[in-house]
Design a protein around this ligand. Structure first.
Ligand SMILES: [Zn+2]
Ligand SMILES: [Zn+2]
Length: 156
C-alpha cells in the first residue's frame, strides 16, 4: 500500500509541475520576472540564458525535498514529491530545450503527432517576443485547441 502511495506522489508531483510551469510562465515569467524570461524570447548569446535561472530555482526546490525526505527512514513523502519534480525537470529539459529549441543536437525528428503539435504550440508561443500578448504557456500538455490548429496548419 505504501508503495502505491509513493508512486502516486511521484506522478502527482510531475502533473502538478505542468500546472506550476504553466502558471509561472503565464503570470510570473511574462509578469514581474520578465527580466529573466526575456532572454528566452531573444536570440541566445553564448551557451546559457538568464531564463535558465528558473530551472535552477525549481532544482533547488526539488533537491531540498529529496534531501530532507531521505533523512527519514523510510523516506517520507518529500522524497517522492521531490523526485516527481526532478522527473518533470528532466522531461522539460529534453522536450523544451533539446527537442524544441535544439540546444543540444539530439532528438531532432519525431513522427509522433503529439510531439509535433507540442513543438508547434511552443513555436506559437515564441511568435510573440514581448512581455504581453503571448499565448500557449503550457508545455507537456497540449490542449485540443493546439492539436487542432496543428492539424489544420499541416493541411494548409
Ligand atoms: Zn515565454
Ligand atoms: Zn521556449
Amino acid at each position: 500500500m505504501n508503495y502505491l502511495w509513493n508512486v502516486l506522489i511521484v506522478i502527482g508531483g510531475f502533473v502538478m509541475m505542468e500546472a506550476t510551469a504553466w502558471f509561472t510562465h503565464k503570470y510570473i515569467m511574462h509578469g514581474f520576472m520578465w527580466r529573466w524570461h526575456k532572454s528566452h524570447h531573444e536570440p541566445r548569446v553564448g551557451r546559457f540564458e538568464k531564463n535558465d535561472l528558473f530551472g535552477i530555482c525549481f532544482a533547488v526546490v526539488s533537491a531540498s525535498l529529496i534531501i530532507t525526505g531521505s533523512l527519514e527512514s523510510p523516506f517520507d513523502w518529500r522524497f517522492y514529491l521531490g523526485f516527481g519534480i526532478l522527473l518533470y525537470g528532466v522531461a522539460y529539459f529534453l522536450v523544451h530545450d533539446v527537442f524544441v529549441h535544439q540546444r543540444l543536437p539530439w532528438l531532432k525528428h519525431t513522427n509522433t503527432t503529439y510531439f509535433k503539435a507540442m513543438r508547434f504550440a511552443h513555436k506559437v508561443h515564441h511568435k510573440v517576443n514581448v512581455k504581453d500578448g503571448a499565448e500557449a504557456f503550457g508545455f507537456l500538455f497540449v490542449s485540443k485547441k493546439y492539436l487542432d490548429k496543428y492539424r489544420q496548419n499541416k493541411k494548409a
